[in-house]
Design a binder for this molecule. Structure first.
Ligand code: IPE
Ligand code: IPE
Ligand code: MG
Ligand code: MG
Length: 323
């Protein structure tokens, strides 16, 4: 199904215009801007996902069918993109972290399937398509989420086949588990639901957003540093990821108020109708935009100016995005 959601486009454009000489591909001179880099890397991640799905036995009515539907509905792939940018930052080849890039997108996709369930946010539109439980039923959606989460950790284990020493692979898995579970995303989701229709203050809200959204971004950024044994940069990239996560979620909250549902690929106005704790509920849109600008600057301050500047471009994208 094609629609106005930009994420669906990359399914049909399969030409990767890479230039490169054995290290990571860079956009060619015509696309040497962040938009070109984003398209190129989204296509790369889409190709990796497609290849992985091709290795699954997809029968009608199977859990793989629901997994494939959710994975290929057309997401931005921003978490794997952050991981690729962080790999550039610490000098790792993209191909070597392919399993980790798949893992973070699978884990994220599971979190969206469960987030949309009637018991949680009860949403019927995601990535421009009916949500997984609408198409496959609630039980299959829960199971597809379970399988994607499990598959994510299976993928992380495959890092051992990419020449990384086992103790570094274990450290990366440990970090992802912490970011995904009761000390990260899951805790944030619990707090997000608990805060519905409550009078939350800014500190509480920031804590929810850092957990439910920020934790996956910090994991995406820290994992390449761990694998490259580049300890020097982990703290700065983690701090960058926290500011990035806040920018990303604040913009998500703003787009839920003023965004275009067709572009976003999800319904708008839903936060207010559910009494969600969001930035626009605590302050004016102008004030949210000021806070976004503060975190954009704070994120950029964490970066070492002499390294790759893709990360700075990504935080601008997070601020300016309309989908
Ligand atoms: C949506 O994430 C959930 C949030 C944390 C705001 P994305 O905006 O990255 O969703 P997709 O992957 O592009 O669909
Ligand atoms: C989703 O947060 C965060 C996770 C899935 C962990 P939201 O509920 O605010 O995001 P959308 O608006 O449904 O994408
Ligand atoms: Mg939610
Ligand atoms: Mg939601």
């Amino acid at each position: 199904m094609r629609n106005g959601h930009p994420g669906n486009d990359s399914q049909t454009q399969n030409t990767l215009t890479f230039v490169g000489n054995g290290t990571n591909p860079k956009p060619d001179s015509h696309t040497n801007e962040i938009a070109g880099w984003l398209t190129m890397t989204r296509q790369l991640v889409d190709t990796w996902i497609k290849e992985d799905i091709a290795s699954m036995d997809i029968q009608s009515g199977s859990v793989e069918e629901a997994m494939s539907y959710a994975l290929q509905a057309g997401g931005k792939r921003i978490r794997p993109q952050l991981m690729l940018a962080a790999a550039d930052y610490v000098g790792l080849e993209w191909e070597r972290i392919r399993p980790a890039a798949l893992a973070i997108e699978y884990l994220h996709t599971y979190s969206l399937i469960h987030d949309d369930l009637p018991a949680m946010d009860n949403d019927e539109l995601r990535r421009g398509k009916p949500t997984t439980h609408i198409v496959f039923g609630e039980a299959m959606a829960i199971l597809a989420g379970d399988a994607l989460l499990t598959e994510a950790f299976g993928k992380m284990a495959l890092l051992a086949e990419q020449g990384f020493p086992p103790h570094l692979v274990v450290a990366a898995i440990d970090l992802l588990a912490g970011a995904a579970g009761r000390t990260g995303l899951v805790r944030g989701q619990v707090q997000d639901l608990a805060a519905e229709n409550k009078a939350v203050d800014l500190d509480w809200l920031e804590n929810i957003q850092l957990l439910k959204t920020g934790a996956m971004f910090t994991a995406a950024l820290a994992i390449p540093s761990i694998l490259a044994e580049d300890h020097e940069n982990i703290d700065a990239l983690t701090a960058f990821g926290q500011h990035f996560g806040l920018v990303f979620q604040m913009v998500d909250d703003v787009l839920n108020v003023v965004g275009d549902s067709k572009l976003l690929g999800k319904s708008t106005g839903t936060d207010a109708s559910r009494g969600k704790a969001t930035y626009p509920r605590l302050m004016s849109l102008e004030e949210v935009n000021k806070l976004i600008a503060t975190h954009v600057e704070a994120a950029k301050r964490e970066l070492d100016g002499s390294r790759d500047d893709i990360l700075a471009g990504l935080v601008d994208f997070a601020r300016d995005r309309s989908w």
